[in-house]
Design a protein around this ligand. Structure first.
Ligand SMILES: [Zn+2]
Length: 391
């Protein structure tokens, strides 16, 4: 009797080696975070299935997944971009993930690999969302988690991390200090580092599903633009790779940063190849307030992908982010945190300055839930109501 071939034979977990994007060295799959030869960023080497696209199960173990991904793509009124815009405006609603942000996709995959490779606990340096995701998934997996956050992390995110039972350490100063502290904790404890920059290649690898999903949900049309709130930029890489996997071409990518922390947008504007760290991050968009001081090469990688897509890295002001956040809630029923609205805010500016055309198709990725940063919404009702007409 001949049995049908099992569904997933194209890629075996043991095949998932690593490659250094700087020196092309290859490594066996292991818990390693940078190239031992040159310190370069590592990426997963993964053979694309011939017969189909990727499935969540190609990245995430059955006992780890909490149903992340597969988030809705919604068409909004075009005038939410601008009254003069006549094209299509869509949002990819990543607030729908189990802990309320796209980081769940990344953590589910990196935790699956960490446990498969023998990890007994995890550490994550986070501006909040990745830490909440790591705490959430570690709780379900029954392993200890230590989350390291900057002092200024929004209280909603801290409460969420604590609620999942993770150890929480707060470190003074910007995110880079938390990043270094997490590395020390990993060395002391032997735990896996699930920090959701480019540090964990298995997490970043899973974000290609975002690009793949968008391509499918668009009816296999490549939109003109995809705007992405951008810190170090793994989501930019994920969208880029996902479209390359499925369409062989990539939309023009907008890496949206805040004017208060814009290392990638500054390098883009100055025509530079290498991103330099930002000095004093100061923005309401806490999820994209990483100054990249300790690892500016991550910003350079993201910038190279933005340029390869013929896209734009753009810094938008906090007031514009705030306006977009309020409009998403009031005019689209989408309650998000400031960081998540940076995509729409940037797209609005880029329409007004003529970069985005009036009949283009624009997708904005909305990365994190409004429950995570109540302070950003407090007082909004009063201040807006006074000057606005009833809706
Ligand atoms: Zn290398």
């Amino acid at each position: 009797m001949t049995l049908a071939a099992p569904l997933r034979t194209e890629t075996k977990p043991q095949d998932l080696g690593l490659r250094c994007i700087a020196c092309d060295a290859t490594l066996a799959p292991t818990l390693v975070y940078r190239c031992p030869d040159c310190g370069g960023i590592l990426e997963v080497v993964r053979q694309k299935p011939e017969s189909r696209g990727w499935l969540r199960a190609d990245f995430v173990a059955d006992d780890i997944t909490l149903g992340e991904g597969g988030t809705p793509l919604r068409e909004l009124r075009s005038d939410l971009l601008h009254a003069g815009f006549k094209g299509r405006l869509l949002v990819k609603d990543e607030t729908r993930n189990p802990s309320g942000s796209f980081k769940d996709r990344l953590v589910a995959a990196s935790l699956s690999r960490a446990i498969a490779l023998g990890a007994t606990g995890i550490v994550s340096a986070s501006s909040g969302n990745a830490g909440a995701a790591a705490a959430c998934y570690a709780a379900n997996a029954g392993i200890p988690a230590i989350i390291v956050c900057p002092d200024a992390t929004p209280r909603g995110k801290l409460a969420q991390i604590a609620a999942y039972g993770a150890g929480l350490e707060q470190v003074p100063g910007h995110y880079g200090n938390s990043f270094e502290h997490a590395k020390r904790l990993c060395a002391e404890t032997g735990y896996a580092n699930l920090t959701a920059t480019y540090l964990n290649p298995y997490g970043v690898d899973a974000l290609r599903l975002v690009g793949q999903e968008l391509h499918e949900q668009m009816g296999r049309i490549v939109p003109d633009w995809i705007a992405i709130p951008t810190s170090s930029g793994p989501l930019v890489k994920g969208v880029f790779q996902g479209f390359m996997d499925r369409a062989g071409e990539v939309p023009r990518l907008i890496a949206a940063q805040s004017e208060g922390c814009a290392p990638i947008a500054r390098a883009f504007k100055d025509g530079k190849i290498d991103v330099a760290g930002w000095e004093n991050p100061n923005t309401i968009a806490s999820g994209i307030s990483d100054p990249l001081q300790a690892y500016p090469e991550e910003g350079s990688l993201t910038l190279s992908l933005v340029r390869a897509s013929k896209g734009v890295a753009y810094a938008v002001g906090d007031e514009r982010i705030r306006e977009a956040m309020i409009d998403l809630a009031r005019k689209a029923g989408l309650f998000c945190e400031p960081t998540a609205a940076a995509s729409l805010a940037a797209a609005r500016d880029l329409f007004m300055n003529g970069t985005i055309g009036s009949t283009d198709t624009v997708v904005c990725i909305v990365t994190g839930h409004g429950f995570k940063d109540f302070a950003a919404h407090e007082g909004v009702g009063h201040s807006i109501h006074r000057g606005s007409r009833p809706l």
